[in-house]
Ligand binder design. Structure first.
Ligand SMILES: NC(=O)c1ccc[n+]([C@@H]2O[C@H](COP(=O)([O-])OP(=O)(O)OC[C@H]3O[C@@H](n4cnc5c(N)ncnc54)[C@H](O)[C@@H]3O)[C@@H](O)[C@H]2O)c1
Length: 352
């Protein structure tokens, strides 16, 4: 069954994952139309494809004028908007609420009666359900018990999004599918994209692009907690294929991990990146971040493999090589996005 060559909506479609998704769909799936809603809070218009099938609505999905501008005959919805990321949400929990919780509620409430919708795929966060451990990590299963104690408003909001979606599924029959991402990396993640969100993590938004950028400049790579933590890194093209698999084959009401299933320590990630770029500067072993108890984790791939026929196929070595190349090729755009926050970053480091 190919349900994808239809009219689609990508909320948060200018972002890192959303822009990779729209580029892939336009190249491989012949969509009739793709509607993107994005307020460019953590993204750059540079990433949005220029294509006559694509319509871009600039604004928040919480705004009634945006919701009412959407067609009612949408087939597939991908909901990828969030307030990026954990540290920004700690700095401004209310902004997180507006862009990470209210977003899901207003969207689901608005589309609950749309008759043509085949699937609503939600970008859920594997980190919000993973066990907190610095010992031996076990693969996180989709039905793992979820704690009521969380380290960031971001994590809480991602779970509330799942819960609202489950409610609209049960009460209104919204065909809601949860795609639980592990740690995504790859081309089109622009450091510093979007507006200042209160801390230098507006720029240093994720470990992989941060390490790649610093490594290319020959800088030291900072390893919080000595780089002892581990993550399941999944290349963005694999995530995009996983999202499409959720849209085509996901069962409404179900959650699916989009994971590589491979556990990689942060110190190994740093070494791999330095080896690719040729950076000889030694890494900097630092203490743990005060808010972060996340430790070691990786996702189970069994359910997605069995039920969606989805498997991540890009190895971390290959994915990192491609991401380093993309970063070198897009240095100017990244530098420009970083520079827009220079003054605020300097002010922050003076006051802290
Ligand atoms: N990247 C990862 O490793 C990862 C891991 C787990 C979950 N996720 C989830 O995947 C999704 C995409 O993540 P990403 O890495 O592409 O982040 P991103 O910040 O690049 O993309 C999020 C997009 O949402 C937009 N947005 C924010 N508030 C909005 C609003 N009110 N209305 C409309 N658009 C709004 C942003 O401008 C941005 O374009 C997010 O929901 C995120 O929580 C990502």
């Amino acid at each position: 069954m190919d349900t994808i060559n239809k009219r689609m909506l990508i909320v948060g479609g200018a972002g890192f994952v959303g822009s990779n998704l729209s580029h892939y769909l336009l190249e491989h799936k012949e969509p009739r139309e793709i509607w993107i809603v994005d307020n460019l809070l953590s993204s750059d218009i540079y990433n949005v494809p220029n294509d006559p099938r694509l319509r871009f609505l600039f604004g928040s999905i919480t705004e009634d004028k945006i919701l009412h501008a959407l067609p009612t005959n949408i087939d597939i919805v991908f909901h990828l908007a969030c307030y990026h990321g954990n540290q920004s949400s700690i700095a401004d929990p209310l902004a997180d609420h507006d862009n990470n919780t209210l977003t899901s509620l207003k969207l689901f409430e608005h589309i609950k009666g749309f008759k043509d919708i085949k699937k609503v795929v939600y970008a859920a966060a594997g980190c919000a359900v993973a066990e907190k451990t610095f010992d031996h990590a076990r693969p996180t299963l989709e039905d793992a018990p979820v704690s009521l104690f969380h380290d960031s408003p971001y994590s809480i909001s991602k779970l509330i999004g799942e819960m609202y979606g489950n409610y609209y599924f049960q009460r209104h029959g919204l065909p809601f599918v949860k795609a639980r991402f592990q740690n995504v990396y790859g081309p089109r993640e622009i450091l510093g994209a979007g507006r200042w969100r209160g801390t230098h993590h507006t720029v240093w938004r994720n470990v992989t692009p941060t390490f790649i950028w610093k490594s290319i400049q020959g800088e030291v790579l900072p390893l919080d907690n000595g780089g002892n933590a581990s993550r399941d890194f999944i290349y963005v093209e694999d995530i995009v294929r996983g999202l499409i698999a959720c849209a085509e084959k996901g069962q409404p009401g179900e959650a699916y991990n989009l994971a590589s299933g491979v556990e990689t320590s942060i110190v190994d990630l740093a070494r791999m990146i330095n080896a690719i770029t040729g950076n000889q500067t030694p890494v900097d072993l630092r203490p743990a971040r005060d808010w972060d108890r996340s430790g070691k984790r990786f996702g189970s791939t069994e359910k997605s493999r069995d039920q969606l026929k989805f498997e991540a196929v890009i190895s971390i070595e290959d994915g990192l090589r491609r991401t380093v190349k993309w970063t070198m090729d897009n240095k100017e755009i990244i530098q420009h996005a970083i520079s827009t926050h220079d003054l605020l970053m300097k002010q922050q480091s003076i006051s802290s």
